[in-house]
Design a protein around this ligand. Structure first.
Ligand SMILES: Cc1cc2nc3c(=O)[nH]c(=O)nc-3n(C[C@H](O)[C@H](O)[C@H](O)COP(=O)(O)O)c2cc1C
Length: 183
């Protein structure tokens, strides 16, 4: 990591075309302060179903490419909906591919949550990611109630968050935590 540039890989847990989780990530990317760049991906879209028999030499190219993006990033953002009190299966599948690999341990991660509900998925993600030895940065947590709102209302909430500096403030807190551990 350069002292001036923090490179973040943002994982969207929803496959929906009009995903509020993705809209939140896009707003973070577009409102990122100087020195922070964000690339968004939807890992569930391109990965096969996890099978431990397909690890090692047999690891699919799509998984290798995903893992390399994570290795190259200084930190991750996870934005993921709650499905039936759980982590969406497609997103958990993407995480499962990473469990036995060496890219994720100690990687800093912040949560961006696009719903006023779904506290359970936050708890479950924290449990899973901590088990995978990622380092959650709680002070960077960002929550905006986009879910269930009209496109217009979502736009207004995101615009207000940008104007009031809420988006940038989360990223600044995240950057501070990442830099503190790099020293
Ligand atoms: C199949 C399904 C199950 C859901 N289950 C829950 C749930 O258990 N708890 C909850 O708070 N929201 C639940 N929701 C609502 C989503 O979590 C919420 O709409 C979320 O913001 C969708 O994220 P997205 O816009 O990024 O796709 C569910 C939605 C779907 C489609």
């Amino acid at each position: 990591m350069s002292l001036h540039q923090l490179s973040i890989y943002a994982l969207c847990g929803s496959l929906r075309q009009v995903s509020t989780s993705r809209r939140l990530l896009e707003a973070l990317r577009d409102g990122a302060p100087d020195g922070v760049s964000i690339e968004i991906c939807t890992p569930a879209a391109g990965l096969p179903i996890f099978n431990p028999d397909d690890e090692g030499d047999r690891t699919p190219l799509s998984v290798r490419a995903f893992a390399e993006k994570i290795r190259a990033a200084d930190g991750l953002i996870v934005s993921c909906p709650e499905y039936a009190h759980g982590i969406p299966g497609s997103f958990k599948n993407a995480l499962d591919w990473l469990v036995s690999r060496d890219e994720v341990p100690f990687k800093p991660v912040m949560f961006a949550h696009a719903s006023h509900r779904g506290d359970l998925v936050l708890e479950l993600l924290a449990e899973v990611l901590t088990t995978m030895s990622l380092r959650i940065v709680p002070e960077a947590f960002l929550r905006l109630p986009l879910a269930g709102r009209s496109d217009e209302a979502q736009r207004e909430i995101l615009e207000a968050a940008r104007r009031d500096g809420v988006l940038a403030a989360s990223l600044v807190r995240f950057r501070r935590a990442v830099l503190a551990t790099e020293r």
